[in-house]
Design a protein around this ligand. Sequence first.
Ligand SMILES: [Zn+2]
Length: 389
Amino acid sequence: MKFKIHSCICLNIIYLVLFCEIHAEPKPPLKCNLTQKLKDEIKSYTPIVNRIIKSAVSGNSQGQTWKELANFVDTFGNRISGSQNLENAIDYMLNRSISYGLENVHGEPVEVPHWVRGNERATLLSPRIQKLNILGLGGSIGTPPEGITAPVIVVETFDELQEKANEAQGKIVVFAEKWEGYGKTVQYRQYAAVRGAKVGAVATLLRSIAPFSINSPHTGWQDYSDDVRKIPTAAITVEDAEMLLRMYRQGRSITINLYMEAKTLPPVQSRNTIAEIEGSKRPEQAVIVSGHLDSWDVGTGAMDDGGGAFISWYSLVLLKQLNLRPKRTIRAILWTGEEEGLIGAFQYAKVHDKKDFNLLMESDEGTFNPNGLYFSGKDSTACILQEIL
Ligand SMILES: [Zn+2]
């Protein structure tokens, strides 16, 4: 989640800051020099802010966002880009927005990839038979119909793979990388297939990008490189990755059969979902609250990113129900094609002038107790936020 502010102080900011998912990040203390006039203006919004908080926490809107989200995910389930399910979910949110009286409700076209998982499985054949739970990585190609049966090498780092480059030819390379936090470890998911193919591997498997698992693999998107042969790639569980690493270190010969039907179909026209409450004084200036509607195909996307999408979207419903009209336009954007690389957001940035955006918020780190604020922007704006909080 990121917050960006160019300039403004209004009810919008106060409201958004208090009601969006918040994430703490320690920063050096700010040197602020706000005018008394500005401080007074911020203070003058307190009664309205309190009214909004009361409605959300203990009033008519208490629990409503959760109910809306639960109904949504129960109705549509997973919403992977390219699927009819996602488009049905977008239609639903457009209609729901209209039914709540939100304004300028519309979809904006975005072309998204259409990757389909199909059936997939992996079996450890030696030193003993064991089913390995896998999830093919988004964008992966499939295997031939008989699957790929090959000996295995296991490495913990890209450097180690480089050292063992002459052993990798014709093998399945398993990455049993150490968990060092998502941001750092995710490179193994992004580049496993490319790095493996460069040294002649026939497929890659990697330890799920997660601190632990309960025999549950974790998927995500990966990209091939145009100059490197494409090979199938999938995530295995933390337990299996560690077991394979132990076996390999003990010098046992390991063989795996990998079967994947994954394929990429032609791109599909999808939509970013937009709804607004138009500003009373500066309607051309927008404060954006957002999350993504698309999800992976193997869950309901309640957390990733149903929670973020719904706390953003429902904030407009709440304002509408309280009959509050902000000075600037508040725009909810429910992105499409996020999981495949922020496709909806990039398309939106391409066709809209960002000088019209005063504040952009995106919540996509799970929806938990608010305990801080991550902000990216000018110090002068951070000072305003600090004063508000
Ligand atoms: Zn997400």
